[in-house]
Design a protein around this ligand. Structure first.
Ligand code: KIV
Length: 255
């Protein structure tokens, strides 16, 4: 699974055969320039979902439920998840949290909405967690995460994202539940992996995150292309006659 936020990227990822595209609330940081995911709205996700849905023909498109669109009560979660499917065109939704979300997840699943869970580092709780830190490091915390994963499975999720947990804990959770686990910063033992597309393409201005790998330095290529373009326009090297329409300069009548 990869995140996608726009039409051309979704089209390319879909053509490459990526089976699931997540319109994650990471778009707040990756695309919209926010400090965290907390400012992302349901409208933001719907807007980007529509573009991704137009680009992808085969992939399952999952819409992230933003902060405060599902936490308050199951009925509100139902209405908002429904909008991601009906207006955004998503095939499933994802939400962050453990056992306390069981009634909400069960309600969505009963209504026919496929739900993906998200445990471990849940970025919408960054202020409570005290930063973007690895979760489940003590035996007690690991037990809690295992219990949460079992509860989500019981509630009916079709998969669980495990973010920033020790690899051995991810392995134990993967063995304990029958639904697929999808890891990010959770080591190699999950059933699948998810990455943020801008990390994969080296678009982040800072150093790549430890769990991420830059597969193509597109960020650097964009910077180089832009500065070459600027140079060519300033020196008159672009556009050339080949890149212009119609008459050569000498034939243009100047009034
Ligand atoms: O918002 C997002 O992109 C996510 C992934 C990191 C799993 O939740």
């Amino acid at each position: 699974m990869l995140t996608a936020y726009d039409y051309p990227t979704a089209k390319l990822l879909d053509e490459a055969g990526i089976p699931a595209l997540l319109v994650g609330d990471s778009l707040g940081m990756a695309v919209l320039g926010h400090e965290s995911t907390l400012a992302v709205t349901l409208e933001n996700i719907i807007y980007h979902l529509r573009a991704v849905v137009r680009g992808a023909r085969r992939a399952l498109i999952i819409g992230d439920m933003p902060f405060l669109t599902y936490q308050a009560d199951p009925a509100e979660a139902m209405r908002n998840a429904g909008r991601l499917l009906a207006e955004g065109g998503a095939g499933a939704v994802k939400l962050e949290g453990g056992r306390w979300l069981v009634p909400t997840i069960a309600r969505l699943v009963q209504a026919g909405i496929p739900v993906m869970g998200h445990l471990g580092l849940t970025p919408q709780s960054v202020h409570q967690l005290g930063g973007y830190k690895v979760q489940g490091k003590t035996p007690e915390a690991a037990e809690q995460l295992l219990a949460d994963a079992r509860a989500l499975e019981e509630a009916g999720v079709f998969a669980i994202v495990l973010e920033y947990v020790p690899a051995e804990l991810a392995r134990a959770i993967t063995a304990a539940v029958s639904v697929p686990t999808i890891g990010i910063g959770a080591g190699p033992y999950c059933d699948g992996q998810v990455q943020v597309i801008t990390d994969l393409l080296g678009m982040e201005p800072e150093q790549p995150r430890r769990h991420a790998r830059v597969y193509a330095p597109i960020g650097q290529l964009i910077r180089e292309a832009a500065s070459q373009y600027l140079h060519d326009v300033q020196t008159g090297a672009f556009p050339s006659a080949r890149e212009s329409f119609g008459l050569a300069k000498s034939e243009v009548a100047v009034r």
